[in-house]
Design a protein around this ligand. Structure first.
Ligand SMILES: Cc1ncc(COP(=O)(O)O)c(C=O)c1O
Length: 379
C-alpha cells in the first residue's frame, strides 16, 4: 500500500470552475479573484483580502507594505518553513529568532520582550502546523511595544484561537495555498488586513506597482505577484467547501489521535480547549529516548514501506545560507533544535481511509519497535 504524505482535495466542482474560466476569455485580473478575496476576507473576519501568487509573495509584499527595511530587526521563530524568515531577508532587515514553546511549537511568548531592541520594528508570528497557541499574547506584546505584527498563517486557514479566526491578528495575515495546504489553488496566497491603505499598497505591489487603471503607469517598484483567474476559481470553490474539507481532515487527525494516544514512544500535538485546529499536517514527536539519528531511521523505514514521511521542520537558523552569514550555531535555540530533531510528519489528507490510517500506525509502530531494539545495547 502506497500512502503519500499529502494529497489535495479536488472535486468535479473545482474542475468545472476551471473549465468555465478557460472558456470565459478572462484568464487574469477578472471577477474570480474578487470573489475569492471576498470569501477569504469573510472567513477570517477581515475587511480586505488581496490574492497573490504564493504565501511567500504575500509575506514579501506585506513586509514592503509595512515599511520594513534595512536597519530594522524583526522577531520571528526558528521553527518554521524558511519563507517566514526569508521575507525579512528580502527587505534587507535582520531576523531575530526567539526560541519556541515546546507545547504549541510557536514562539515562546515569555521570551519575546527580552528580544526587543530599539531597532525592532515588527514580529512575524507563525502558527506552526496551524496551531494558534500564543497568538493572543503576541498581539498584546506587539501593541504594548508599538511593533507591527504580521501573522504568517500559511498553515492555519480556517482555524480559530478562541473566537478569533486565524488570519485576524495584527496588521496583516498571510495565507498560502500550495497543494499540501487545507485549501489549495495549485500555487497561491492571500494577504488579509483591516487597513485600507495597507491593502491598496499590497494590491499595487502584486501588480507591478500600478495604483490606478492605467496599464503602463507605475507608482512604485512592484512585482508580478498576481493570482490567475484559474487559480482564483479553484480557491473560490475550495472556500465554499471549507467546512467539508476541514471536517474530513479533523476526522483523520482524530483517528491518529485515538490510535496513538497511548503510544509510549510518541508525543502528540497539544490541543487545549481554546484551540480550534484547522489541521495542516499530522506531526508527531519522538520522546527523548530517541534522537535525530533514530528519527531519520524511522522516516527511512516508513518510506521504504510506502508510507510518506518527512522531518518538519529543520531549524531555520541552522540552514546554511542563514547560519553562516548571521553567525548562528547549534545550541542557539535549544528547544527548537530538540523538537526539530524528533518530529516526523505522517501521511495526512482528508480522503484518508480508516484502513490507510491503520496501516500507517502499524508501520510506524513496527519502525518504532525496530529502532528501539537497535538502540537498546547502546544505552
Ligand atoms: C509557515 C509558512 N510560511 C510561508 C509559506 C510559503 O508559502 P508558499 O509555499 O505558498 O510560498 C509556507 C508554505 O509552505 C509556510 O508553511
Amino acid at each position: 500500500m502506497q500512502i503519500p504524505l499529502s494529497q489535495p482535495d479536488i472535486t468535479q466542482k473545482e474542475i468545472d470552475a476551471v473549465t468555465e474560466v478557460m472558456t470565459s476569455g478572462t484568464l487574469s485580473i477578472g471577477s474570480r479573484i474578487l470573489e475569492f478575496e471576498q470569501k477569504v476576507a469573510a472567513i477570517c473576519q477581515r475587511r480586505y483580502a488581496v490574492g497573490v501568487s504564493s504565501g511567500t509573495a504575500g509575506l514579501h509584499a506585506a513586509m514592503v507594505a509595512a515599511g520594513i527595511g534595512p536597519g530594522d530587526e524583526v522577531i520571528t521563530t526558528p521553527f518554521s518553513f524558511v519563507a517566514s524568515a526569508n521575507c525579512i531577508l528580502y527587505v534587507g532587515a535582520k531576523p531575530v529568532f526567539v526560541d519556541i514553546n515546546t507545547k504549541t511549537l510557536n514562539i515562546d511568548t515569555t521570551l519575546v520582550e527580552a528580544a526587543i531592541t530599539p531597532r525592532t520594528k515588527a514580529i512575524v508570528a507563525v502558527e506552526a502546523f496551524g496551531h494558534p497557541g500564543g497568538m493572543v499574547e503576541i498581539e498584546q506584546i506587539a501593541r504594548r511595544n508599538e511593533l507591527i505584527l504580521i501573522e504568517d498563517c500559511c498553515e492555519g486557514f480556517g482555524g480559530f484561537a478562541g473566537d478569533r479566526p486565524i488570519g485576524s491578528f495584527g496588521r496583516a495575515g498571510v495565507f498560502g495555498f500550495y497543494p499540501n495546504k487545507q485549501i489549495t489553488t495549485g500555487e497561491g496566497g492571500m494577504i488579509v488586513t483591516d487597513d485600507d491603505r495597507f491593502a491598496d499598497v499590497c494590491r499595487a505591489l502584486r501588480n507591478q506597482g500600478r495604483e490606478g487603471m492605467a496599464w503602463l503607469a507605475h507608482q512604485r517598484l512592484g512585482y508580478n505577484y498576481r493570482l490567475s483567474e484559474i487559480q482564483a476559481a479553484i480557491g473560490s470553490v475550495q472556500c465554499d467547501r471549507l467546512e467539508e474539507i476541514l471536517e474530513n481532515r479533523r476526522r483523520v487527525a482524530q483517528m491518529y489521535m485515538t490510535r496513538l494516544l497511548d503510544n509510549r514512544f510518541l508525543i502528540l500535538p497539544t490541543i487545549t480547549d481554546d484551540v480550534h485546529m484547522s489541521w495542516f499536517v499530522f506531526v508527531v514527536r519522538l520522546n527523548d529516548l530517541f534522537g535525530p539519528t533514530e528519527r531519520d531511521e524511522i522516516i527511512k523505514g516508513l518510506r521504504a514501506s510506502g508510507v510518506g514521511s518527512n522531518n518538519y521542520f529543520p531549524p531555520i537558523h541552522l540552514q546554511p545560507y542563514i547560519a553562516g552569514p548571521y553567525g548562528f550555531k547549534e545550541g542557539d535555540f535549544p528547544r527548537c533544535e530538540f523538537v526539530a530533531g524528533r518530529t516526523l510528519a505522517l501521511p495526512f489528507y482528508g480522503k484518508m481511509t480508516e484502513l490507510q490510517v491503520d496501516h500507517v500506525v502499524a508501520v510506524l509502530n513496527e519502525q518504532l519497535e525496530k529502532v528501539q531494539m537497535v538502540r537498546k545495547p547502546r544505552i
